[in-house]
Write a protein that binds this ligand. Structure first.
Ligand SMILES: [Zn+2]
Length: 418
């Protein structure tokens, strides 16, 4: 077995080895600053041919500049690489710093340190990673942001033949980002500010007519701006735009909740507390009830309460996704619509009218057998990102986090593989 270092090896040589420093670079000295808890590794360029970092052409040296990089800690000591880095004068690109093998241009961290931060950021919030690795919040967020830029630059942009579009609220209400995901690969392919038409237009415009014609389905909420964009850019969108169960269920859940809130208020006025504290019982899928909760819910569900009627209409609508034939599905939905519209429950009637206006798109989702797994999975992960992102100061950071966690990108600095 080869030993990593020989006994008696001096610290200079040890660092030379563990950092993988090769000619023309050399470790000149290693300093331990006990007071600051810091190890400083002083590196030196031993001369030789210099090349332009842009074009690789050999160039004359111009001057040197002092630089520092944070590296992986040595035991508990923060470890800093320090070097004077030569600059060259390229006839074509001007005066530029040469590339160093341990870090990417412009970074104040070595590639290995950035990779460590990237690994941790997959597991925990920016704030937690920054605290743990003794970084500033902005520094940790900057590493995430650069990782995303790298990943996006390496990615081959393609328009997924089956994709979904979602609006995601960001921090304050009424602020949104638009998120497009690949329904087959389950990765986010586009994030744009806002939820207007332009958010989707600019995405579609970046692809050729041929690529757009190859689209088979676009899953979305019943949202006019997205529908209009798909109508303009996706040929045959009338049979490709699909309003899936996930989004329809969200609208109906909101309506049930609204009925419950109004009814609860009225009942409490009469001293009736039947609906008090029942919010989540009505929102939950009955399959997910524990037995005792179901026992508590059962009499409520069977009651003559308005909320129970709203809940029954929602539950019925959720059954209508089992059809596979467009004609049968249409008949069933229209029957549901006539019940809903006679329910005398305003919030339900409102959703019912929206469903009727968008019925063909719902039927497309039914016959294409579009499942909710992707949309629900992505939604849950985005909720996690939002929950861990209380420190997000702006939308760009939120966008970065979505791409970072859900973009399926190659995030690591050059030369580092997972
Ligand atoms: Zn050059």
């Amino acid at each position: 077995m080869e030993r990593a270092y020989a006994p008696g090896m001096r610290d200079k040589d040890l660092y030379q080895k563990i950092l993988g420093i090769e000619k023309p670079w050399q470790v000149r000295d290693v300093e331990l600053d006990g007071g600051r808890g810091e190890v400083r590794v002083l590196l030196e360029h031993r001369g030789g041919r210099l090349t332009c970092p842009e074009c690789g052409v050999p160039c004359p040296g111009y001057d040197t500049r002092p630089r520092r990089w944070r590296h992986l800690d040595t035991c508990q000591f923060r470890t800093i690489l320090v070097a004077r880095v030569p600059r060259v004068e390229c006839p074509e690109h001007g005066v530029l710093q040469v590339r160093v093998p341990w870090g990417e241009p412009g970074s104040r961290f070595t590639a290995l340190f950035e990779a460590l931060v990237i690994d941790w950021l997959q597991e925990a919030s920016i704030a937690a990673v920054a605290r743990q690795l003794r970084l500033g919040w902005e520094e940790a967020a900057g590493i995430m942001s650069r990782a995303v830029e790298r990943g996006l630059a390496r990615r081959e942009a393609k328009l997924p033949t089956r994709h979904g579009v979602d609006e995601v609220s960001f921090q304050k209400r009424h602020e949104y980002v638009t998120v497009v995901h690949d329904a087959q690969a389950g990765v986010v392919v586009h994030v744009a500010d806002g939820r207007g038409r332009d958010c989707l237009d600019t995405f579609y415009e970046s692809f050729s007519e041929e690529q757009r014609a190859a689209v088979e389905s676009v899953t979305m909420d019943m949202w006019a701006a997205y529908i209009a964009s798909a109508a303009e850019y996706i040929p045959g969108s009338e049979t490709k735009v699909a309003f899936d169960k996930f989004h329809v269920a969200q609208h109906l859940s909101k309506a049930v909740d609204q009925v419950r809130r109004e009814e609860n208020k009225a009942l409490l006025g009469e001293g009736d507390e039947r609906l008090k504290g029942t919010k989540y019982l009505w929102l939950r899928h009955p399959d997910h009830f524990r037995n005792d909760r179901w026992m508590a819910f059962e009499p409520l569900r069977k009651s003559t309460l308005r909320t129970a009627r709203a809940w029954a209409l929602k539950t019925l609508a959720m059954e209508l996704w089992r059809y596979r034939r467009r004609g049968w599905a249409r008949k069933a939905w229209l029957r549901w619509y006539s019940w809903a519209i006679r329910s005398r429950l305003e919030p339900i009637k409102k959703v019912a009218r929206m469903i009727k206006r968008h019925l063909e798109g719902i039927l497309t989702a039914v016959v294409l057998g579009i499942t909710n797994a992707r949309a629900e999975g992505l939604n849950a992960k985005i909720q996690w990102i939002k929950a861990t992102a209380r420190g997000f100061r702006n939308r760009d950071r939120f966008r970065d986090a979505i791409y970072f966690h859900l973009g399926g990108l190659d995030l690591y600095p050059a030369g580092i593989t997972q």
